[in-house]
Write a protein that binds this ligand. Sequence first.
Ligand code: SF4
Length: 327
Amino acid sequence: MILTTPLIERLAREGEVHVVATPANAAVLANHPAVASVLVYDKRKSDAGVAGLRRVAARLRATGATTAYMAQGSWRTAALARLAGVQSVGFDTSAGRWLYSRRVVYRTDWHHARRLWALASDPREPPGPLRPSLFPGPTDQAQVAALLDAAGVRTGDPLIALAPGSVWATKRWPSYDALAGDLVARMPDCRMVVIGAGGDAPLAAAIHAAVQERGGPPVIDATGKLSLLGSAALLSRCAVLVTNDSAPLHLASAMNTPTVALFGPTIPAMGFGPLAERQHVLGREELTCRPCSAHGGLACPLGHWKCMQDISASSVAEQVERVGRAG
Ligand code: SF4
């Protein structure tokens, strides 16, 4: 959804944009000036089954929309457009492509934001601005202010954000704690803050322990404490983010937060690299087994997990210092 925002902005130049989204994704678009309305499609609960699909289709028809751009390529969303009586445009690789009015080539050599943008554009046109955009509201900002106040952070104090989590185990770089210990010596004026889901709290605790061991100040644990837009608001306050190939990378792109991104079983050429102006990607390019899956798996199929194990904490710390200090 975050990478869809350049497409949404492009379409908003021509008319109202109504977005169909899951409950989780709907929240990400709150306050976005290019979005006229968000139609929440809760396909697992209140809108489950064919009756739910018909209800959402009726709501979509009522917006007066004429064309649906299929950022999400399932047969279900294709059927939704059909039921709503609107034209549909989507990728030629999507599961729902047989139902589309028009199919667009899925360019494997483009960033995904550009692929999505091209759904509504002549592919020969140079792309418009591709950095995504998010708009945290007053509640999100207040969440962040309360968190930082409680941690004794003052306006202007430099912050380094660490996002050690990922749904996929093989995407989780295992040395965030060693990195944090290294950064205490390299960037002693900075406080560290850990962002992520509630389940990432043990990772935050390990990072805090490593920093304490080196005599650094307490690490701020924001895991599970902020909404997605709250995390975006926090990132806009940070000098640099260190992240795996996961959602915080895209939040940082939207807030133009300098980013050091660590790629293991996936590679940026798949279309999901960072888009912040200042960024650096680290990955073991010499490994011929990369990439080994579309999303990263739960275990390394070769057993050695060298794509992540062999990224050293000192090489990451060096880039954090370079990217974080460049501004
Ligand atoms: S097979 Fe290679 S790319 Fe995949 S998880 Fe293992 S080391 Fe990483």
